[in-house]
Design a binder for this molecule. Structure first.
Ligand SMILES: [Zn+2]
Length: 146
């Protein structure tokens, strides 16, 4: 059983309700996929993955006669007028993709997304301590160096 959680499209502000389990922790909703995250469709068992790929305006249950579609999506028809909506004047729903990312953990630590140019990094300190398995320099690291 889940409960509906509202998100909005970062392109046009269209509001969607997604029914999902409560134990998942949201990380962010972005107009692009985070590097290293795997995304599922809303109709898949996204609770086993790391995020959900939306297509703005798509995925709502259709055809109520044919049994019950179990799409967890419901577009409310509302449009958010938030500061971070890319183009508030865009026709809505806009049909573009956006991505809900869940918080991921590795070895008990929250995994940080690779920062985009305009991505605000929350929390200052990068990971420290010995490098994990995977050899030297297994990927981009935070500042700290040497
Ligand atoms: Zn949209």
């Amino acid at each position: 059983m889940g409960f509906p959680v509202s998100y909005y499209c970062p392109h046009c502000g269209a509001v969607v309700e997604l029914e999902r389990d409560g134990y998942l922790a949201d990380k962010s909703v972005t107009p692009y996929p985070l590097e290293g995250w795997a995304y599922a469709d809303p109709t898949d068992d996204f609770e086993d993955t790391e995020g959900v790929r939306f297509v703005c305006g798509e995925g709502e249950r259709e055809g109520e006669g044919e049994g019950e579609s179990d799409s967890p999506l419901s577009w409310t028809g509302d449009v958010v007028d938030a500061d971070d909506v890319e183009r508030p004047g865009l026709a809505s729903p806009c049909g573009r993709e956006f991505y809900l990312s869940f918080v991921r953990y590795e070895d008990g630590r929250e995994v940080e997304a690779v920062p985009e140019r305009d991505y605000v990094v929350i929390g200052g300190r990068g990971p420290s301590g010995p490098a994990g398995p995977g050899g030297p320099n297994a990927g981009p690291r935070g500042p700290g160096g040497f």
